[in-house]
Design a protein. Structure first.
Length: 574
């Protein structure tokens, strides 16, 4: 009798109810199992079919959901949930036209079906985003040519597509759910431009033979490759060359004088000018050795050089380290912490990108360009990262000419009279200790303790002066150090025409160009660091005259807690 009772309970309806309970508890795998058992008893049960389609959707098995929904519609053409599930599954695969078609078919049965009406609005919004540029826009055509060229060569990127935000701004987005550790992109070796290929060109061979002393060798060789290929009437690389930017006006080396005025007072201008000079020096070096390279104007070389610096990947192929262009992979925008990881995979004979986390449909797929100061992002990539915790300010510290111990100190630091420290607003960074250590050395009056300091700086594998090893020397010396920090900070702040507060107000304006906004963000980040060090110096100077209890209280939770605890407290004694 027990067996008969169990058999009586095992009905499509009972499995449906059990499946619904599991579904409502978000146990979608169990729900799928129960719906499947119900369908084994009644394969044409439309409710079970659409319920299982819903479980498939939750499990991101969209093709299976489409199969079940199609069968439900075939069984009962008036079963409106079949159209709804079909539309949802197609939308999750970014098949928006198919999705909207099923929405319309469902609404033809019931024009008031709330879920379909809401879904219709969502799909229409998706379709509007997808058509941000007209289908016949030349930018779209260029990228279609690139993707076809890549696919014909064996590239694989089935779950991503390019989305245009404007003519010159685009991103790579997922077309459907991408699971953690899933391979997103495979670009075959045949479609990667490597440093070795650049060296094998006619000009590249002459550059190698001349053994040029270039400031940026790999950038120069790869730039020469692109210039040579662009000069050909029919380059095999044309689909890739055509999508490279024609203009690099967002890169500071191409800023107008009006743009540069927005950087008045910023040490970043020195970096920009150094970059311009370095590129010109490498260009002239190549022309001197390979006269025909002069057929490529310096301006064109400069543009390609910036394209190289913003696009190339370092990789290892056949056990050899190299650098190169990887089409499509170089279109992913930046995010920290990283969302994807990339490498050259010998087993796939190509460059791969894998997801480091689940990526939902429609989300931008991002790479990480690493932890860098905005000066590097803006100089080499042409963009700024908001609220960048890696921002730096270059403090230049110089030995004083009137220092009676100048020659002795200079000899101990290899004859250099100055050092520049690119500091961050973070006492945990090693450069913070290097900066203060050098100032302690610079402000040292008692020459007799130099031997001890130098001995403390020595490391077996790295002989020489190590500023980070110079600990607080005395109360008087540390006071001079902090006063020096205060003066450097005040002098840096005084160079800017606008205050930090005024920068914040300017950024609220809607009439700024992209370059103007980036300049304000650049100088704002620099000023924030200067103010951080100014506050640090003021607080520490005040606490040098306080007692230990007061310093401990001020240190707790302070951004300068470690310095106050380990430097100030030992100096002031009991």
């Amino acid at each position: 009798m027990g067996g008969k009772s169990k058999k009586k309970r095992d009905t499509p309806e009972s499995f449906k109810e059990k499946g619904n309970s599991a579904f409502n508890m978000h146990d979608f795998s169990r729900a799928l199992e129960l719906y499947t058992k119900g369908l084994e008893l009644d394969p044409a049960h439309v409710i079970l079919l659409t319920n299982r389609a819903s479980a498939y959707i939750e499990l991101r098995r969209y093709e299976d959901a489409i199969t079940d929904s199609a069968k439900a519609i075939e069984t009962d053409p008036n079963w409106i949930k079949g159209y709804y599930r079909m539309a949802v599954a197609h939308r999750e695969l970014s098949r928006f036209q198919e999705a909207i078609d099923y929405v319309h078919r469902g609404l033809a049965i019931n024009p008031e079906f709330t879920e379909l009406l809401a879904l219709k609005k969502e799909i229409e919004a998706d379709m509007e985003i997808e058509t941000a540029l007209p289908l016949d826009h030349p930018e779209r055509k260029k990228f279609e040519n690139l993707f076809n060229w890549l696919i014909e060569g064996g590239a694989k990127f089935p779950k991503i597509k390019l989305r245009f935000y404007s003519k010159d701004y685009r991103g790579v987005h997922s077309t459907t759910f991408i699971a953690k550790n899933e391979c997103i992109v495979v670009i075959p070796r045949s479609h990667i431009i490597t440093l070795e290929m650049a060296k094998a060109t006619p000009i590249g061979q002459k550059m190698v033979a001349a053994n040029l002393n270039l400031l940026s060798p790999k950038h120069s060789f790869l730039s020469s490759f692109i210039l040579q290929e662009k000069a050909k009437e029919e380059s095999w690389w044309k689909p890739y060359l055509d999508i490279l930017p024609e203009s690099y006006s967002n890169f500071p080396i191409f800023y107008t004088d009006e743009d540069k005025e927005w950087l008045t007072g910023s040490p970043f201008l020195d970096q920009v000018n150094e970059k311009i000079q370095d590129i010109e020096e490498d260009y002239n070096c190549i022309v001197d050795a390979v006269p025909e390279f002069a057929n490529f104007p310096l301006f064109e070389f400069s543009k390609i050089r910036m394209g190289v610096s913003s696009r190339i990947f370092g990789m290892q192929i056949d056990g050899n380290k190299t650098d190169g262009f990887v089409p499509l992979a170089d279109m992913l925008n930046h995010r920290r912490p990283r969302q994807t990881t990339w490498s050259y995979e010998e087993s796939k004979n190509g460059f791969i990108i894998e997801a480091m986390e689940d990526i939902e449909r429609g989300i931008e797929v991002l790479d990480s360009y690493g932890k860098k100061c905005n000066s590097r992002f803006l100089l080499n990539y042409g963009f700024i990262v908001r609220n960048n915790d890696a921002n730096e300010y270059p403090f230049k510290c110089k030995l004083r000419e009137e220092d009676p111990n100048l020659m002795t100190k200079r000899s101990l630091i290899d004859g250099n009279s100055s050092q520049t420290f690119r500091v961050q607003a973070d006492e945990k960074e090693n450069v913070f200790n290097e900066f203060l250590g050098f100032l302690r050395f610079l402000e040292l009056n008692d020459i007799s303790i130099l031997p001890r300091i130098m001995e403390e700086c020595q490391e077996e594998d790295q002989p020489g002066f190590k500023p980070s090893k110079v600990k607080p020397i005395s109360l008087a010396n540390e006071k001079r150090v902090l006063q020096h920090v205060k003066k450097l900070s005040e002098n840096g702040i005084a160079l800017y025409p606008e205050t930090l507060e005024e920068d914040g107000q300017i950024l609220e304006r809607t009439d700024l160009t992209e370059n103007q906004r980036n300049c304000v963000l650049m100088r704002q980040g620099e000023k924030q660091i200067l103010h951080w060090y100014l506050k640090f110096a003021d607080l520490a100077l005040a606490l040098l005259d306080a007692d230990r209890k007061e310093v401990k209280k001020a240190a707790k939770g302070s951004p300068y807690e470690s310095y106050l605890t380990h430097c100030i407290i030992p100096l002031i004694g009991k």
